[in-house]
Design a protein around this ligand. Sequence first.
Ligand code: SF4
Length: 356
Amino acid sequence: MPASISLPRSLPDLSPEELAAWMQAKGFKPSHAPRVIRQLFDAGVSGDRMPETLDEQLSQAFPGTAASLARRQVSEDGTTKLLLKLPDSRTVESVLMPDYHPTRASGCVSSQVGCAMGCDFCATTQTGFERNLTSGEIVEQFLHLRREARSAGRTLRTLVFMGMGEPMLNLPNVLAAVRRIADPRLGAFGWRQITISTVGIVPGIEELREARLGVHLALSLHAPDDATRADLLPVGKRFAIEDILAAADRYQAESGRITTIQYCLLDGVNDSLAQARDLARLLTGRRMHVNLLRYNPTGLSLRGRTYAPTSVEQTETFLAELRAHGAIAHLRRARGPDIDAACGQLRRRAAQPAAL
Ligand code: SF4
């Protein structure tokens, strides 16, 4: 399947400039384009209505939605996982996570259908890469998550690109979506509320820096040395840890944002005290903080291995060792353990009805 295919365009696919050009061609005031998109963003919330003739013509010109809800799982802890159906019937996952604060929530969106990166412990990559998401399909995920948050009495406060896919391999569409989501004219969100994650595609980090959007950067490191990392993440054979961290340093210097290091603890693989010390050493003198993640088992890995989560005791010991050696580190709360919480699991289950 080619990486980019032509899909019917929906309203969330359009930038304010593209919509302005369309409105001008149709005899409407192009200066109203941001307002039209703002109304789309606020559908069901603001009482504003656009003129009927414009509404009708927009519905005729852009009849489809970029992504519609196909399945929804709600965990006992309130984590809500959405399976969204795209115009070509492919599916993608988005997740809403309630915050400790009772009125706030965080969202996680996907950037690709499937993933080509082959990280050995990840469920998404097991079905391979299918295609990049359009900017509209990413924006639509954000809109779904905002609606979910509102119906749960919360406000979506942060958005992370940590769902299916590697954002840096679909950067033009990711950036186009971020520009729309955080466009002050559209009034939805701020740059600082957005985090883009990568497994360490150095040219992508450089491109993100050059875009000067001021969003947060997260690195999925998962190991403190190149050999262990390359065994878990094939991308580790292309980019050395020092080169990835140097690119993140440049990003940090440009954006002023502290980089997050994502580290998923796997029993007996990357969770020894020596590895904690190595990780702390890598971060010495850098403005980075570590997010330790609990592994959600996903069955046999791509290479036929079975990974297990690090025990609670070893996790605490690893965290303490990191801190004792100067690293700023936190343990991220496990989300939705009673649903298909790992990235790609719900989609895989939906594709195998017999497993339900
Ligand atoms: S962890 Fe992320 S980058 Fe790696 S295979 Fe899974 S979705 Fe792709």
